[in-house]
Design a protein around this ligand. Structure first.
Ligand code: NAD
Length: 492
């Protein structure tokens, strides 16, 4: 750790003011050495109500939604600049709270968070309505209006990039919001919200409530005055939230779990495929919804590929996440470490290739792990573990690979490695997943939809999809000429 200062407490923030309240106090932990670095002040239902009221008031009476998109865009670009200016500090706070490697925080996560505000400012500036003149006696216009108060709920695996994406998308189109990040990782998100306020986003447009899902999250989801819910997290939580939202007919987007296939054909550039497979499962400490956690290998290359993969696993630099050379840090919590390691027990017919144990000493570390599964029916091939744990499978034909990829309750992403164009095209056509990466891992084009099929979610994030989610269309029809109307109540 360095001598940068960490706030003693992490309060909620309502209409620009810190609010500690009298709810539970929860420790905020540095996962690399298990020390407590701060204390989260949990928001109970009353505080959540105050946050929703502040958001509602700003939406109904404040300037934000009435501003021109150019003026709103200028404020959003100031947020982008402030995040850029404070990227070192934010990266440090994020690393301190998540154990994610500093290098990745600084080079990828913080620039992405800043960019989220820029790209949504740009998207909002291009919004245009529709005009229908098919019947020349009428002019029909469609404009899009902000919906109101959005509840934005996020997990712990990439707090600043994921939360900033939701905030930028909601406010770019004129909404107000209440943000509920994971109780495990509130540090950097809380600082980012201060920067959003500093940039000139008006009071009450972005409010923060901190606390556990069962307390703060539920109070927010069940609040009568929330108009929209955007959730990223686990599938079971998403299902419960969507059910509650359904009772009130509140629209939701759900970015949920995954068990994505990373398919390496014998026609692949195997060096690139190996790099891609390692990145797909071990980057972000293996804690990614879009991880390529099922690595499907053509039988003819399987043994050699696994041998090279295991050799690279042995050489991974695991350790202090603050060290710029570290590639893998600790998992987020002791509970999560034990959960991931539980998959390395009772292997049955699956074969352990690497890891499977925790690292001695302080911190929630595990050895990066790989298993060769006896079949795709193995629960190691079917269950999202959300850790540095690769499950290998072997196939013989393209059809078999595609069938295996699809034999999953999830459908978030798929990775395809081949230099043979028809194979790539067949996979893209037939795999049921929201995102297919061909010969590249994890490229996010923020203008394009991102999200999952099946249990991986409902709806998509991306500039166009967010425009549709965060706005309501309003249709107005004008008579262009005085046409005779049926005159009810007149004598016949
Ligand atoms: P989680 O579902 O436990 O928690 C996510 C958020 O929901 C947290 O803020 C939590 O406090 C809150 N929450 C929990 N229970 C709640 C309840 N009953 N009511 C209201 N809110 C509640 O998920 P997690 O463990 O923080 O994150 C890991 C999961 O997130 C993984 O399954 C992963 O795949 C998923 N994820 C998905 C994406 C995506 O884009 N598809 C991205 C990142 C993570």
């Amino acid at each position: 750790m360095s001598d940068r200062s960490v706030p003693k407490t992490i309060p909620s923030r309502i209409a620009g003011q810190p609010r500690e309240g009298d709810g539970a106090r929860l420790p905020v932990i540095y996962p690399a050495d298990e020390t407590q670095v701060s204390e989260l002040c949990e928001a109970g239902p009353e505080m959540v109500d105050a946050a929703v009221k502040a958001a509602r008031q700003s939406f109904e009476t404040g300037p934000w939604r009435r501003m021109s998109t150019d003026a709103r865009g200028a404020v959003m670009r100031r947020v982008q600049q402030l995040i850029t200016d404070h990227a070192d500090e934010l990266a440090w706070l994020e690393c301190l709270n998540t154990g994610l490697p500093m290098a990745r925080m600084r080079q990828t996560h913080m620039p992405r968070a800043a960019y989220n505000f820029g790209i949504f400012a740009e998207a909002a500036s291009h919004v245009a309505g529709q005009v229908f003149t098919q019947d020349p006696r009428y002019l029909t216009t469609v404009i899009r209006e902000p919906v109101g108060v959005a509840a934005l709920m996020t997990p712990w695996n990439a707090p600043v990039p994921l939360t900033s994406m939701k905030i930028a998308a909601a406010i770019a189109f004129g909404n107000s919001c209440v943000v509920k990040p994971s109780e495990l990782t509130p540090l950097a998100v809380s600082r980012m919200i201060e920067l959003i306020e500093l940039a000139g986003v008006p009071e009450g447009v972005v409010n923060l409530v901190n606390g556990r899902g069962q307390v703060t999250g539920q109070a927010l989801v069940n609040h009568d005055d929330v108009d929209l819910i955007s959730f990223t997290g686990g599938t079971a939580t998403g299902r419960a939230i969507a059910a509650a939202a359904g009772q009130r007919l509140v629209p939701v987007t759900m970015e949920l779990g995954g068990k994505s296939a990373n398919i390496v054909f014998e026609t692949a550039d195997l060096d690139r495929a190996l790099d891609g497979a390692l990145l797909g499962i071990f980057s972000n400490n293996g804690q990614q919804c879009l991880a390529g956690s099922r690595i499907l290998l053509h039988r003819s290359i399987a043994d050699a590929f696994i041998e090279r993969f295991v050799a690279r696993v042995a050489a991974l630099r695991i350790g202090d996440p603050m060290d710029p050379n570290t590639e893998i840090g600790p998992l987020v919590s002791a509970v999560h470490r034990d959960h991931v390691l539980s998959f390395a027990k009772d292997l049955g017919e699956d074969r352990l290739l690497a890891g499977g144990v925790s690292r001695p000493g302080k911190g929630f570390y595990i050895e990066p792990t790989a298993v060769l599964a006896a079949s795709n029916a193995s629960y190691r091939a079917q269950t999202e573990m959300f850790g540095p744990f690769a499950t290998f499978l072997v196939f013989d034909t393209v059809d078999e690979a595609i069938a295996m990829a699809n034999d999953s309750r999830y459908g978030l992403a798929a990775y395809v490695w081949t230099e043979h164009l028809p194979t790539a095209l067949q996979c893209t056509r037939d795999i049921r997943a929201g995102v297919i990466w061909v010969n590249t891992p994890m490229m996010r084009e923020l203008r394009a939809p991102f999200g999952g099929y099946k249990d991986s979610g409902i709806g998509r994030e991306g500039t166009q999809d967010c425009l549709h989610f965060y706005t309501e269309p309003k249709t107005a029809t004008y008579a262009v000429e005085d046409m005779p109307l049926v005159r009810m109540g007149m004598p016949t």
